[in-house]
Design a binder for this molecule. Structure first.
Ligand SMILES: NC(=O)c1ccc[n+]([C@@H]2O[C@H](COP(=O)([O-])OP(=O)(O)OC[C@H]3O[C@@H](n4cnc5c(N)ncnc54)[C@H](O)[C@@H]3O)[C@@H](O)[C@H]2O)c1
Length: 297
């Protein structure tokens, strides 16, 4: 009897200890989900931080989704211009435009909306995506004031200015959708401290929620997006050792880092009329992290 139980237990544990192969960057092999070429037709969009990472992938998907006009704003002029040229050549028309903009500067933020309106005459989609994760951002004892201020200026104050200048244009355009990038760390604590970054993203979440309610009856929807760890320069410059990678990987139920195009899909949904009853949400795209207690082995 005991022997049978032991054999049963052995095969049971064998079954469950069969380790699945985990590939931290397995998402790179994902095929592109088919795009709906008319999903954003008739809409004029502005994307901040559009030259790289999540912003760039979103601009690429917006092009494939038929957006009528695309204004890419970023401080990185080289990559931004290259992207706009490539998208225009894919489409065969000059629908995309790049302008250098600095999110630490109020005038620059106001200027990008004025230029957008001059070119396109309508603003229907705003993706507030530009953001930084400072390499000296740490716990409260070691983080310097200038790191805190810079992080807050780009990640949070710039969003206040963006709404200040964008909302009148959006109201004149008959309404639209605003998507603000927060983060998973606005929802969950982390022992790998980045106190300024986390506080700035918490601010994005709270501000977006309130703005969504203020403009809920003006045909402007405002949602914040909470991505989990995504394979971009912003994150990968921190996770530059196997140990640091694994410290995160163990918490991701899906067992890999996310890809920029997986975030872009969520942005395109929130930007489109398919999400017409979604506002004030904290839209989480995190491979299951926020729902997990113990992850699969
Ligand atoms: N990568 C992740 O794991 C992750 C997770 C959660 C949230 N986010 C957020 O997503 C957003 C995009 O991040 P990413 O990973 O694509 O980063 P990224 O570094 O690849 O891209 C950020 C872009 O913002 C631009 N930018 C930075 N400072 C700017 C400024 N002052 N003015 C104008 N443009 C500026 C950069 O030039 C760059 O093109 C950020 O807000 C980030 O906090 C990223």
């Amino acid at each position: 009897m005991l022997a049978t139980r032991f054999t049963c237990l052995k095969s049971f544990s064998k079954f469950f200890s069969t380790k699945r192969k985990i590939d931290a960057f397995g998402g790179m092999n994902l095929k592109d989900a088919p795009a709906n070429p008319n999903r954003l037709t008739g809409k004029f969009a502005l994307v901040t931080g559009g030259s790289n990472g999540i912003g760039k992938a979103t601009c690429e998907l917006f092009e494939k989704s038929g957006v009528s006009g695309l204004f890419i704003a970023d401080k990185d002029e080289k990559n931004g211009n290259e992207l706009a040229e490539r998208l225009n050549s894919n489409r065969g028309s000059q629908f995309a435009f790049f302008q250098q903009a600095d999110m630490t500067c109020k005038k620059s933020i106001e200027g990008m909306f004025l230029e957008h309106m001059k070119r396109f005459g309508k603003l229907n989609v705003l993706f507030n995506n530009a953001g930084i994760m400072h390499s000296n951002d740490d716990g409260p004892v070691t983080t310097e004031e200038d790191v805190w201020d810079l992080t807050m200026n780009i990640n949070l104050k710039a969003l206040f200015f963006a709404h200040k200048f964008a909302i009148p244009h959006m109201l004149n355009s008959g309404g639209g959708s605003i998507i603000n990038v927060a983060s998973l760390v606005a929802l969950m604590g982390s022992a790998t401290a980045q106190i300024a970054y986390t506080a700035s993203k918490g601010g994005v979440l709270a501000m977006s929620r309130e703005l969504a309610i203020i403009y809920a009856r003006d045909n402007i929807r405002i949602n914040s997006l909470c991505p989990g760890p995504i394979r971009t320069d912003l994150l990968m410059k921190f996770l530059n050792t196997e140990e640091r990678l694994n410290r995160r990987l163990v918490h991701i139920p899906i067992g890999r880092f996310g890809e920029t195009k997986e975030i872009a899909q969520a942005v395109a949904f929130l930007a489109s009329d398919e999400s017409s009853f979604v506002t004030g949400s904290s839209f989480v795209v995190d491979g299951g992290i926020t729902q997990a207690y113990v992850t699969p082995e």
